[in-house]
Design a protein around this ligand. Structure first.
Ligand SMILES: [Zn+2]
Length: 60
């Protein structure tokens, strides 16, 4: 069992109970277990520290 990257863990937790659309294809990323959109394959980076700011945590 490997330790997940802190950022990936934050992203996973963030998406667990939120309906967040992919910034590219609008796919609903709720419950996503990875940092890549399964629909369009874009890499998702959650900017730690901006979670409390509205819904613009994505850095492409
Ligand atoms: Zn997407």
């Amino acid at each position: 069992m490997t330790m997940p990257q802190p950022q990936e863990e934050v992203l996973r937790v963030f998406l667990t109970d939120r309906d967040v659309p992919c910034p590219v294809c609008r796919y609903n990323l709720r419950g996503l277990g990875s940092t890549t959109c399964p629909e369009c394959g874009v890499r998702l980076d959650l900017r730690v520290g901006s979670i409390d700011l509205k819904l613009g945590p994505w850095l492409l």
